[in-house]
Ligand binder design. Structure first.
Ligand code: MEV
Length: 429
């Protein structure tokens, strides 16, 4: 087998190129061929017939910008990160923070095995405590039944690995027994796998408990499939024209403290993290609603919603950031398999396992959070955001090609970032 060419994620000057030259540079850096280039360009990447097979009542397709974040180094390996997102600043901010991070060795990430939970809800059990024990007495038999159908998964080392039983004595509909199937889904997101197993087990569970099974469905609180990433920076790496890095680092730590204690801030803080995570999840055809649900449920696991990251000062006065959250991503199945551009995005990423993808997605979330906190702790986000927003305004005013940046710069300099002013500048030239 030929060894894949390592990617150099440091592509200087990428943002100054036109989209097509940018794509050339990205494909060259990642060793992608013309067919992947065509898919990443978006033109006709998703045939209508394929789209029609993906969901119902298809009338067309909806386009979004795909950008590529540069500079990411995770566990010593470089990655070019495809990001599908409509919000300006996101790709630039991730790339910039990854550049600062790479000087200090990049991101370090780790992950649990790809283990999901499915829930089987049992009602009408007169002796829930004893029913729990009866289920556990049948643990091996239930696991064998769960693993009896998907030989491919068990052949890969996945499958049902354990069973938990949760008892709720007092619910609005009486006592409830909830069986959890703990399933290693390998490189799948896992919803289909675990839902199939849960449905398969239902009749047996009814016999064992004497109750009635209702829901049989995965839990998006994938708390056994956690991913972690951390980064460490020298304070000097955060120096700005007007502030020294130690002050910026302290500002980031103090900004994070509010998110740790206050759900109002934590929601916005975590939204900023998802600004980095969702675009990669979408670009790779994964289920971003599942990732969002898991992230926010995990953030509230103590009973109080809190931040998904922590920022601390290191003993030497530097800055260290960390993130931990559930990450249910797949490389097989669903849109990951059916959407040709998602396949090309995965080839750009060169990830070998869903766990590797999860790790770098966590690193992007951490980078995005660092960018937001750094901006909030220094000049505020509006200046940088408006500078990028100005490009959208220039396009809306009718600017094309080189005029986009020229008009954007002029309306920023004038402090009047409006379509009217952009039109005036265009008309003057
Ligand atoms: C905007 O999309 C995201 C931020 O609000 C995140 C944050 O406040 O941390 C800037």
């Amino acid at each position: 087998m030929t060894k894949p060419t390592p990617v150099n994620a440091r592509i200087a000057g990428l943002r100054d190129l036109e989209p097509s030259a940018r794509l050339d540079a990205v494909c060259a850096a990642a060793g992608l061929d013309q067919s992947d280039r065509a898919l990443l360009s978006g033109a006709g990447a998703l045939p209508l017939a394929t789209a029609n097979g993906m969901i119902e009542n298809v009338v067309g397709k909806f386009e979004m910008p795909m950008g590529v974040a540069t500079n990411f180094c995770v566990n010593g390996k470089d990655y070019l990160i495809p990001m599908v997102v409509e919000e300006p600043s996101v790709v630039a901010a991730a790339s910039y923070m990854a550049r600062i991070a790479r000087a200090g060795g990049g991101f370090h990430a780790s992950a649990d095995d790809p283990v999901m939970r499915a829930q089987v809800q049992v009602l009408g059990v007169s002796d829930p405590a004893a029913a729990r024990l009866r289920i556990l007495e049948h643990r091996d038999e239930l696991m064998a039944l769960a693993n009896s159908k998907d030989k491919v998964l068990t052949g890969l080392g996945g499958g049902c690995k354990d069973i938990e039983v949760h008892v709720f004595d007092d619910t609005p509909v009486g006592p409830m027994v909830v069986l959890h199937l703990i399933v290693d889904v390998r490189d799948a997101m896992g919803a289909n796998t675990v839902n199939t197993m849960a449905e398969l087990l239902a009749p047996k569970v009814e016999t064992i408990t004497g109750g009635t099974v209702r829901l049989r469905i995965l839990s998006n609180l994938a708390d056994l499939r956690l991913v972690r990433a951390r980064v460490e920076l020298e304070a000097a790496a955060l120096d700005t024209d007007v502030l020294n890095g130690a002050d910026v680092a302290q500002g980031i730590v103090e900004a994070c403290a509010l998110a740790v204690i206050d759900p109002y801030r934590a929601a916005t803080h975590n939204k900023g993290i998802m600004n980095g995570i969702d675009p990669v999840v979408i670009a790779t055809g994964n289920d971003w609603r599942a990732v969002e649900a898991g992230a926010h449920a995990f953030a509230a696991r103590s009973g109080r919603y809190t931040a998904l990251t922590r920022w601390e000062r290191t003993a030497s006065g530097g800055l260290s950031g960390s993130i931990e959250l559930p990450m249910a991503l797949g490389l097989v199945g669903g849109a990951t398999r059916t959407h040709p551009a998602a396949q090309a995005a995965l080839r750009l990423l060169k990830v070998k396992t869903a766990t590797e993808l999860a790790q770098l997605v966590a690193a992007v979330g951490l980078a995005q959070n660092m960018a937001a906190l750094r901006a909030l702790a220094t000049e505020g986000i509006q200046r940088g955001h408006m500078a990028l927003h100005a490009r959208n305004i220039a396009i809306t005013a009718g600017a094309t090609g080189a005029d986009i940046d020229r008009v954007a710069r002029a309306i920023v300099a004038a402090g009047d970032i409006t379509v009217d002013h952009a039109r005036t500048i265009l008309d003057e030239t």
